[in-house]
Design a protein around this ligand. Structure first.
Ligand SMILES: NC(=O)c1ccc[n+]([C@@H]2O[C@H](COP(=O)([O-])OP(=O)(O)OC[C@H]3O[C@@H](n4cnc5c(N)ncnc54)[C@H](OP(=O)(O)O)[C@@H]3O)[C@@H](O)[C@H]2O)c1
Length: 263
C-alpha cells in the first residue's frame, strides 16, 4: 500500500514548480494530493493555471499539516526561516522531509527542526521539467520502503542515483551544475559553427543533432566516449588534429577544474 499520499512543496519556483509538474503528470500519483506554496500569490496563480487539480497556498504551516512528504525548494538563505515556520505544524514523527536545497547538510537541517523528521536530500537538475533529470537522493533515518516509494516518484521524472550524503557535492557538480557544463560545450560548438560559416539556427540544430548522435552511440553500444572517439580518429587526420588542439588548449583539464570548483 502507498505510504505517500499527500505531498507539500514549499517554494514553487523553478525547481519546486518543476517537481510539482512532474508529480502532476505522474498517472500513478493523485494530483489532488499535491499542495504547493510560495511567497506571492502570482506564483501560485501560475501554478494553479498550469496544474488545476493541485492545492496552492501561501500558508506554509497549513500546507505541511497532514502531509506525508514535505519537499523544501526555497533558496539556501530562506530555508532556516521556512523550517522554523513549518517545524511545529509538520507531523515530524510520521512525515518525511526532503530538501532540494543545495549545500545544506543533514546535520544543519536537523538543527533547524525542533523535532527532527526522517530526512532526504534530493538534487535534481533543470531537465526535471521534461522528465529527463538526473536526480541524486541521499537519506537519513528514512526506512527502505518509504525511500523506495519516493525514489519511484522521482524515477518518473528521470534517472535516480541513490548516494551517501558525502557524495552530494560531487553529484551536484557532475549533473546539476553539469547540465550547464554540457550546454557550455554546445554553446562553444555553435559559436564555432557560426565562425566557420553556418547560420545561428543551422549551427544550433547541427550541434544538437551531433550530441544526440554521440549519446545514441554510447547508449546503443554501451561504450565509454573514448571508444567512440577512437573509431573516428586516424593518427594525423582531421579529428586527431582537432582533438590535439583542444587538449593543447586545456579542454579536459578545464572540464575537471569546472567540476572541482563547483563542489
Ligand atoms: N535550479 C536548479 O537547477 C537547482 C538544482 C538543484 C537544486 N536546486 C535548489 O532548489 C532551490 C530552489 O531553487 P530555484 O531555482 O527553484 O529558486 P526560485 O526559482 O527562486 O524558487 C524559490 C521559490 O521559493 C519561494 N519561497 C521563498 N520563500 C518562501 C517562503 N517563506 N515560503 C514559501 N515559499 C517561499 C519563492 O516564492 P515566490 O515565487 O512567490 O517568490 C519561489 O517560488 C535552491 O535551494 C537550489 O539550491 C536548484
Amino acid at each position: 500500500m502507498r505510504k505517500i499520499n499527500r505531498i507539500s512543496i514549499i517554494g514553487a519556483g523553478n525547481m519546486g514548480g518543476a517537481i510539482a509538474g512532474g508529480l502532476f503528470r505522474n498517472p500513478d500519483f493523485p494530483s489532488g494530493g499535491i499542495t504547493v506554496t510560495a511567497r506571492t500569490q502570482s506564483t501560485l496563480d501560475r501554478m494553479k493555471a498550469a496544474y488545476p487539480e493541485i492545492s496552492v497556498t501561501t500558508d506554509n504551516p497549513a500546507a505541511v499539516s497532514g502531509a506525508d512528504l514535505v519537499i523544501i525548494a526555497v533558496k539556501p538563505w530562506q530555508i532556516k526561516e521556512v523550517i522554523e515556520e513549518i517545524s511545529p505544524a509538520a507531523d515530524c514523527g510520521r512525515c518525511t522531509v526532503a530538501s532540494v536545497v543545495a549545500g545544506v547538510s543533514f546535520a544543519e537541517l536537523r538543527q533547524m527542526f525542533t523535532v527532527a523528521p526522517a530526512l532526504l536530500r534530493i538534487i535534481p537538475n533543470t531537465a526535471i521539467a521534461l522528465g529527463k533529470s538526473t536526480t541524486f537522493i541521499a537519506r537519513d533515518r528514512v526506512d527502505n520502503e518509504t525511500a523506495e516509494e519516493i525514489a519511484g516518484l522521482f524515477r518518473a521524472m528521470g534517472e535516480v542515483v541513490e548516494i551517501p550524503e558525502e557524495m552530494m557535492p560531487a553529484g551536484t557538480a557532475l549533473a546539476s551544475c553539469g547540465i550547464a557544463y554540457a550546454l557550455k560545450y554546445m554553446d562553444a560548438a555553435i559559436k564555432g559553427g557560426i565562425e566557420t560559416g553556418f547560420g545561428a539556427e543551422e549551427a544550433r540544430r547541427i550541434v544538437m543533432k551531433t550530441m544526440e548522435g554521440a549519446l545514441a552511440l554510447m547508449e546503443t553500444n554501451g561504450t565509454m566516449p573514448q571508444t567512440e572517439i577512437d573509431k573516428v580518429t586516424t593518427p594525423g587526420g582531421y579529428t586527431f588534429r582537432g582533438l590535439e588542439a583542444m587538449e593543447g588548449h586545456g579542454f579536459s583539464d578545464a572540464v575537471l577544474q569546472g567540476l572541482l570548483h563547483s563542489m
